[in-house]
Design a protein around this ligand. Structure first.
Ligand code: UDP
Length: 412
């Protein structure tokens, strides 16, 4: 993995890197701790894996902590996740007890690190309660919500709001996700690392041998969705769309994904997906280990089109990854996908399997449109969704909080 900023000059140019160093000067030596709930799987882990080394390269003393929990704990936090995304998910007293006890046990392990830090970024609801367990905190605490929280289920939001309102600031990916909270809210979109194994350039030979390894023929269009097996990613809707498409066009569908250690529902969803595919030889379901970054890179590049037909989506890094590889994306018309997919420019937004089938057909019949939209998609990611922009926004946020901008603005 790349651990310094210098090689990114080749992608974004020297001024962008020089500006990052300029902003970071005032933060030299600051102790910054990020906390989330899994080291592998899902977009948050992807981002933290590049963010920590690059913050360190900028002279910031950044570290990454992961809260530990057992299966019942992750069932509760999955309920939080689903509830924030609007599902009437369960929340019993027993579940609250499981959650609170597990976070308390983590607080014992992490308290001194967190209380001494200058900035603590708590990612998503799983570790949110840590704040109230660190009464002697010195630094600024920021709650970073990666989830589409635009219409949270009231009961779950009421509980979580009590845990996050004491933070100094929160970050959401889109204005629609922001919630009534008594502190400044920042809008920062996620990003990808263009030099990571997942996104770096790879040879045509490697792409071809990846296809061979998984016995994916290269003689017909390949439509791919890479995702955790999660109902919000709508893999069943993708299969429905593909079945409609294949009545008129001979193509193949690849659903590639794995699980995240903090997502206990994956196995059940995978079973539903296998049932829906009904052994159709044109549909391949690929279960990948958490470190299959180069494989995913090759599969995205080998694809004719990429789908991300989510029903709810905080951002959708898989969309960014595909666009960076010059692929138009057919994405669900929800959440952060709307920031990235713009109809007829970088892909198509769809609401139903029928809509997805129609757009796939339209694109597959017009290869020149695939090329043009793919080129636009790559340029759009370069300008908006690479890690250098993301890092700059984290730096300016920390500078703003340190300089008391929040106190000043919100004193009244
Ligand atoms: N991913 C992966 N292996 C998988 C499925 C997904 O490495 O089997 C990666 C994917 O490439 C992307 C991230 O996990 O970088 C998923 O982020 P996204 O924002 O799309 O969805 P999330 O899982 O966070 O809801």
């Amino acid at each position: 993995m790349i651990r310094t900023l210098q090689p990114y000059e080749d992608v974004v140019g020297p001024i962008v890197i020089s500006q990052l160093r300029q902003f970071a000067r005032d933060l030299a030596g600051a102790r910054v701790v990020h906390v989330n709930s899994t080291r592998v799987g899902g977009g948050v882990a992807e981002i933290l894996a590049w963010l920590i080394p690059l913050m360190r390269d900028l002279g910031i003393d950044a570290s990454w902590e992961v809260i530990e929990g057992n299966e019942p704990f992750f069932h509760v936090t999955k309920s939080f996740h689903n509830g924030l995304q609007g599902v009437a998910a369960p929340l019993t007293n027993r579940m609250i007890e499981t959650y609170e006890q597990t976070v308390a046990a983590n607080a014992e392990r992490l308290r001194s690190t967190l209380e001494d830090a200058d900035f603590v970024f708590i990612h998503d609801p799983q570790p949110a309660r840590l704040l109230e367990l660190c009464p002697n905190r010195k630094g600024k605490w920021i709650w970073r919500c990666h989830i589409d929280a635009s219409h949270p289920y009231r009961k779950i939001w009421k509980y979580l709001q009590g845990k996050v309102q004491g933070y100094d600031a929160s970050i959401f990916s889109m204005p629609e996700f922001a919630q009534p909270l008594p502190h400044p809210q920042f809008l920062i979109a996620p990003s990808i690392d263009p030099l990571s194994e997942k996104n770096c350039p790879i040879s045509a030979h490697e792409i071809a041998s990846t296809l061979q390894r998984y016995e994916i023929p290269d003689d017909r269009p390949l439509l791919t969705q890479v995702s955790r097996f999660d109902r919000f990613k709508d893999p069943i809707g993708v299969i429905e769309a593909f079945k409609l498409l294949s009545e008129v066009i001979d193509a193949q569908l690849l659903l590639a994904g794995g699980g995240a250690t903090d997502d206990p529902e994956g196995a059940a969803v995978l079973e539903e997906v296998e049932d829906a595919a009904q052994g159709d030889p044109r549909i391949q379901i690929l279960l990948l280990p958490g470190d299959a970054h180069r494989t995913i890179n090759a599969l995205q590049r080998a694809s004719t089109l990429v789908l991300q037909k989510s029903l709810q989506e905080g951002f959708g890094l898989t969309v960014t990854e595909a666009m960076w590889k010059g692929k138009p994306v057919i994405g669900g018309n929800v959440g952060g996908i709307r920031l990235q997919v713009h109809n007829y420019h970088t892909g198509f937004l769809v609401n139903t399997p029928e809509g997805a089938a129609l757009r796939m057909r339209e694109l597959l019949r017009r290869p020149e449109l695939i090329k043009r939209m793919g080129d636009t998609a790559r340029g759009f990611v370069k300008d908006n969704f690479l890690l250098t922009r993301h890092l700059r926004e984290y730096l300016t946020l920390m500078l703003a909080l340190r300089r008391g901008m929040a106190d000043h603005l919100f004193a009244a």
